[in-house]
Design a protein around this ligand. Structure first.
Ligand SMILES: Cc1ncc(COP(=O)(O)O)c(C=O)c1O
Ligand SMILES: [Zn+2]
Length: 416
């Protein structure tokens, strides 16, 4: 029996069977016609109870299998994804005047970003379809994550990245064995090229939004927040936004847990973009359902997206969740990197710290009440982009002589 009941077009609501279609609604096209994956929620509610979850010893995101689109569990690759730590941080909560603040560190995933939640699912779907070649366009993390899983699965992997993708992400890709194509253009150019190539040569396409299964993996972050906070849903969740796929998936996750009765309310999700790449913020403020393309300019490479591919779902989700999209400057992102590192011991790449920058901005503008709680999702590890992260550091290593007297002089204020 198939677990997924239907794939439903987000715009025209036409329904398809998963055997019929892999990507987007033919009538509405790739941007408006992204598909929603729906299940038999009566069955899910019976299988996914609080008791069942409490006694489940699988501490990975596969603990949510009853509501994941996996038909053949044999294809699941043995890399531990999800169940990332969610740390309470009273120092930062106090500084910002919040009741409670948690930092969920998704840099702890196998390839060090949130994207592992999606790639782990995409590889299973590719194997279920007997694909031999899988492709993706990516700012870097989705690709390096995909390549980690295909290294195990034995799929050939062809990756399209912008020419200036950070070195660590390229290094991951090369060592995991992907064929890496650095496109002389932006991420948006790489995306279009990848889709044309996938269609022309029949490669399985793991590019964001057009593949409906990626969001299914990404929604598991929401499930974990519910469980890890002992079913006390926070008032806010803050997350960085590029294409909008993580954003809309988190909302789907909270909505599903609400629908099956595991939680009694849903949080407001705040999607945070960099000022230099904020088409969703602009569309949200203007009350539009579609964004205008922008030229990007931010050091947060992972969210340097001018044409968000999951924009229709993301803009629908933001209105349903009662949250909003906001923009922060690169300076605010640098400050957030430093705050997370200095107060939580979590080193985030620029996009990984962008959610924190959003929370800081809203708290400083008194938009959050002292009795409210927030979770900040750190979506990528700082070692992914060390040049970017170094820009957040205000101090420097001190060059010393190999001489104890010199150490004494330099550390004068620390020696009593
Ligand atoms: C570290 C990091 N944070 C946030 C995002 C944004 O995710 P989305 O493009 O789904 O909005 C990305 C996407 O590449 C990312 O790599
Ligand atoms: Zn449609």
């Amino acid at each position: 029996m198939n677990k997924i009941t239907i794939l439903k077009c987000i715009s025209c609501t036409k329904e398809f069977s998963p055997q019929e279609l892999d990507y987007t609604c033919p009538d509405c096209g790739p941007m408006r016609g992204t598909l929603e994956v729906l299940y038999d929620y009566d069955r899910v509610a019976k299988e996914l109870t609080r008791d069942a979850l409490t006694s489940n010893r699988d501490f990975s995101h596969w603990r949510y299998l009853p509501v994941l689109p996996i038909e053949n569990e044999r294809f699941i690759q043995p890399l531990a994804v999800g169940w990332t730590p969610t740390y309470e941080n009273s120092t930062m909560a106090e500084k910002l005047g919040l009741k409670n603040l948690w930092v969920k560190d998704d840099g702890r995933n196998p390839s060090a970003s949130y994207k592992d939640r999606a790639s782990s699912v995409a590889v299973v779907k590719a194997l279920e379809k007997s694909a031999l070649i899988i492709t993706a366009a990516s700012t870097g993390n989705a690709a390096s994550s995909l390549a980690a899983f295909t290294a195990l699965a034995g799929l050939k992997t062809i990756i399209f990245v912008p020419h200036d993708a950070p070195k660590a992400k390229l290094t991951q890709l090369l060592l995991f064995g992907a064929k890496v194509l650095r496109v002389n253009g932006t991420y948006d150019d790489a995306f279009d090229l990848c889709c044309v190539a996938a269609e022309k040569w029949g490669w399985y396409n793991r590019s964001t939004a057009i593949n409906p299964y990626l969001g299914e993996g990404k929604k598991t972050g929401a499930f974990e927040i519910c469980e890890q906070l002992n079913w006390q849903v926070p008032d806010y969740v803050f997350v960085a936004v590029g294409d909008g796929c993580i954003y809309q998936s988190l909302w789907k996750g909270f909505k599903e847990f609400h629908q099956i009765g595991l939680i009694d309310r849903t949080p407001k999700i705040i999607g945070v973009q960099a000022e230099g790449a904020a088409p969703l913020v602009q569309a949200f403020i203007a009350g539009k359902e579609i964004t205008e393309p922008v030229e990007t300019n931010t050091f947060a490479d992972s969210i340097a997206v001018g044409v968000p591919r999951d924009q229709v779902k993301a803009l629908k989700a933001v209105r349903e969740s009662g949250g909003k999209f906001i923009a922060v400057s690169d300076a605010e992102i640098k400050n957030a990197i430093s705050e997370l590192a200095g107060n939580a011991g979590v080193l985030a790449e620029p996009a990984g710290a962008t959610g924190m920058a959003g929370l800081t901005k809203m708290a400083n503008n008194s938009e959050i009440k002292s009795y409210e709680t927030a979770v900040v999702l750190v979506t990528g590890n700082g070692l992914k982009d060390i040049d970017g992260v170094m820009k957040a550091s205000t101090s420097q290593a001190v060059l010393v002589k190999n001489d104890i007297e010199n150490i004494g002089e330099i550390c004068r204020d620390l020696i009593h």
